[in-house]
Design a protein around this ligand. Structure first.
Ligand code: EAX
Length: 335
């Protein structure tokens, strides 16, 4: 009996710690609603995700007059990978996520369309699509999975790195064992191009590269630089094969507790920070490449993108079947 009581007390105590701030019922008015929220991502604190997150936390605190505070947990402190983090959002144990769309497609399948290779021409094209009706609908679709999409920040155009040889055309990458995100679009595209892709949570990638369990991986310059992948990789190919948006997503459990006015503040602020965060990411890329080159990283800029597109053609046909040629064209033809 005593044991049961003790266990119950421990459980109640643990739950009260885990339960974080805020009430569980919808708050009646803005003035009553107080919360401390947890915002997480897999990347280091210098990655543009976290710089955007700092700005977001600052503005939210200011605009809610200190009623809502946000604590940042970068560097995978709350989960090894992005899929795991999204599960915690669904359960309501983490409030806010910033990360690639990669694993999001496992929760909200329409999002996978954005991970199709060579879909976007450039940054201006990206902004038009993500901030326009197509992007807004994809964020809306998340709600069916108990996730609320606020805006698209960014990770950036992804590039291939490896430790074996310079890669310009698909033949150079033949059989290369690379880590990909837990995303079936990426998996199929690389397989079709003749590489040997294997899905893995981000938190395991550095060690896997170091121990040569894999030869390579692909990510935007922001990630390659901040996670110091040049220490365990020799070659960077500027393939720019996929653009990785980074939706900022809030748990629907938390969202439904918030008064309308605070929801508005969150949406508006997330969108404002999106402009700031994308710009700082883009402006920093060239200097990061230069710095990595000076550390002995071999950077190949003259990648034959047409050859990669050709090699991935059978995969594109699969994607057209799955997502609809009209939907893919609507993105590609956005001017
Ligand atoms: O979202 O897992 C990945 O490769 C992601 O691009 C990265 O963690 C940032």
């Amino acid at each position: 009996m005593r044991k049961i009581l003790a266990v119950t007390l421990i459980l109640v105590f643990a739950l009260s710690i885990l339960g974080c701030g805020g009430s569980s019922k919808p708050a009646g008015t803005k003035a009553e609603y107080k919360a401390n929220m947890k915002l997480t991502n897999t990347q280091t604190k210098d990655h543009p995700y976290n710089i955007g997150a700092q700005k977001f936390a600052e503005l939210i605190k200011e605009r809610t007059k200190g009623r809502i505070t946000i604590t940042l947990y970068p560097d995978g402190q709350l989960g090894k990978g992005e899929r795991e983090m999204l599960e915690s959002l669904q359960q309501g144990t983490i409030d806010i996520y910033v990360g690639s769309t990669g694993p999001v497609g496992n929760f909200s399948p329409t999002m996978n369309i954005l991970d199709i290779p060579f879909l976007f021409r450039d940054n201006a094209h990206v902004d038009k699509v993500l901030d326009g009706p197509i992007g807004q609908q994809l964020l809306k679709d998340l709600e069916k999975s108990n996730l609320v999409g606020l805006a698209f920040w960014e990770n950036g155009f992804r590039n291939l790195t490896n430790s074996r040889n310079v890669v310009k055309v698909p033949e150079d990458g033949k059989g290369l064992k690379i880590r990909v995100m837990e995303n079936k679009v990426h998996l199929l595209a690389w397989k079709t191009a003749g590489l040997n892709p294997t899905p893995m949570a981000w938190g395991e990638v550095y060690a896997a590269l170091q121990q040569k369990v894999i030869d390579g991986q692909e990510n935007p310059v922001a990630v390659i630089y901040s996670s110091k992948l040049y220490e365990v990789q020799k070659y960077l190919s500027m393939t720019g094969h996929v653009y990785s948006p980074a939706p900022i997503i809030i748990s629907k459990k938390r969202w439904d507790q918030m008064p309308k006015e605070d929801q508005e503040i969150f949406r508006k602020t997330a969108l404002e920070v999106a402009q700031y965060q994308r710009k700082l990411n883009r402006d920093a890329e060239a200097a990061k490449i230069k710095e990595m080159e000076s550390k002995g990283f071999t950077v190949t800029k003259d990648v034959d993108k047409a050859a990669w597109q050709k090699a991935m053609q059978p995969a594109f046909e699969e994607f057209a079947k799955e997502f609809g040629k009209d939907k893919i064209n609507a993105i590609m033809n956005t001017k």
